[in-house]
Design a binder for this molecule. Structure first.
Ligand SMILES: [Zn+2]
Length: 392
């Protein structure tokens, strides 16, 4: 299905622009008209992180006239492995500003708009309404559903991408011409089931593979060339080096873009996606200790059994002295339970406290009533007990 161009062409290109974009201009499908459409286009990139970095670099180089960058985070050393729009000297700087500086360096003709705010239900409609197209580079489900819902309610297309370890996915969601994200994924995964990139890792270059698909689709939508990824999900396996696409149909019963929509305005996305399951929240209430409290227990010689429920490669990066590694999966399949000491108080921890709360719920169910977990996980241990240790 080909679609008409999303953006009207600008009146003209300057001599400088003709020189700069000459390799586009001599592609018959792009040509002067296509480049003028890019010049007139307003594209918003949600997030200047893993996907936003390559996306912004290539959108800028391609000559998209107005580029919005929304991000409220600051550049961290652990971002540099994949977020190539930022450099060493940007560590500690606001990502939106660091990204804007790189965009200006690549193409000073781009009008960069910095939105140094968290995207919320209070501002998303207002911010999105100033753009023709959204490129979604978010890494969490709450924002992802919010981006989808706002785009559908405003009737705007957006290019979605997601990355995890060696696996990437991308699609174009545009409810007027095809399905939306909710048609594909009506419900968010249960909290704690899908690890984030911070928990599970991501191959740096995967961001470039998926981010470049997103830019490719953005350019096609703006200029009206080719077959956009509307109604198709692109799945990329970097280990097998395989791309495949599957058809995604519009769900007539979709609560947002279906025949009888029940979602007609933005909802509470944190509550919809949950950060912790109800069971985990219940288990953690009154059974959460701080890293300093764990340190005190160890120094007093309390009879405790500290279990790290992360994965072996995470344990290798940094661990709490004395902690035994038993990954979360062994609690979920039950194999870890019989080996646990009955006569010691069990103290669980993970990276930041989410996985350990899920495991805590399993242990409480299995009768370990006095088990606790460390709020904030090993990250809070490093912060409060031994800042010389590495974090990730
Ligand atoms: Zn839908």
């Amino acid at each position: 299905m080909s679609l008409p161009p999303l953006v009207e062409p600008a009146a003209e290109l300057t001599v400088d622009e003709v020189r700069r974009y000459s390799r586009h201009l001599i592609i018959p499908d792009v040509g002067m008209a296509g480049q003028k459409r890019l010049k007139n286009a307003k594209v918003l990139c949600v997030g200047a992180g893993g996907l936003g970095s390559p996306a912004l670099l290539y959108l800028a180089a391609a000559g998209v006239g107005t580029l919005g960058i929304i991000d409220f985070d600051v550049v961290d050393e652990s971002n540099l492995q994949r977020q190539v729009i930022h450099g060493q000297s940007d560590v500690g700087r606001l990502k939106a500003e660091s990204a804007a500086a790189s965009v200006r360096e690549i193409n000073p003709l781009v009008n960069v708009v910095i939105h140094n705010v968290a995207l919320t239900t209070d501002n998303v409609m207002d911010i999105f309404s100033g753009y023709d197209l959204i490129v979604d580079g978010t890494d969490n489900f709450a924002t992802r559903y919010m981006v989808n819902d706002a785009a559908v309610l405003l009737g705007k297309p957006y290019v979605w991408g997601s990355i995890y370890r060696f696996d990437g996915q991308a699609s174009v969601f545009w409810a007027e011409h095809g399905p939306c994200y909710r048609c594909l994924y009506p419900e968010p995964p249960p909290p704690g089931m899908v690890p984030s990139c911070a928990e599970g890792g991501v191959l740096g270059v995967l961001c470039a593979s998926v981010g470049s698909i997103q830019v490719n689709e953005a350019i096609k939508l703006i200029t009206g060339v080719g077959e956009p990824l509307v109604g198709r999900l692109m799945i990329y396996d970097a280990l097998e080096m395989k791309y495949r696409d599957v058809k995604v149909r519009k769900d007539p019963e979709c609560p947002l873009c279906g025949k009888n929509p029940t979602i007609t305005e933005l909802i509470d996305y944190e509550a919809f996606c949950g950060t912790l399951s109800d069971e985990a929240q219940e288990a953690a209430a009154g059974s959460t200790i701080t890293a300093l409290e764990l340190k005190d227990m160890q120094e007093r010689g309390d009879d405790i059994y500290v279990i790290d429920v992360r994965e072996p490669n995470e344990y290798e990066i940094v661990n709490i002295p004395g902690a035994v590694l038993i990954p979360k999966g062994e609690f979920i399949n039950g194999s870890a339970l019989e080996g646990l000491p009955q006569d010691k108080k069990i103290v669980l921890h993970c990276k930041s406290g989410a996985r350990s709360a899920e495991v805590l719920a399993i242990l409480k169910n299995a009768g370990f009533a006095d088990a606790v977990h460390v709020g904030g996980g090993v990250l809070s241990w490093v912060k409060a007990v031994d800042p010389s240790l590495p974090t990730y």
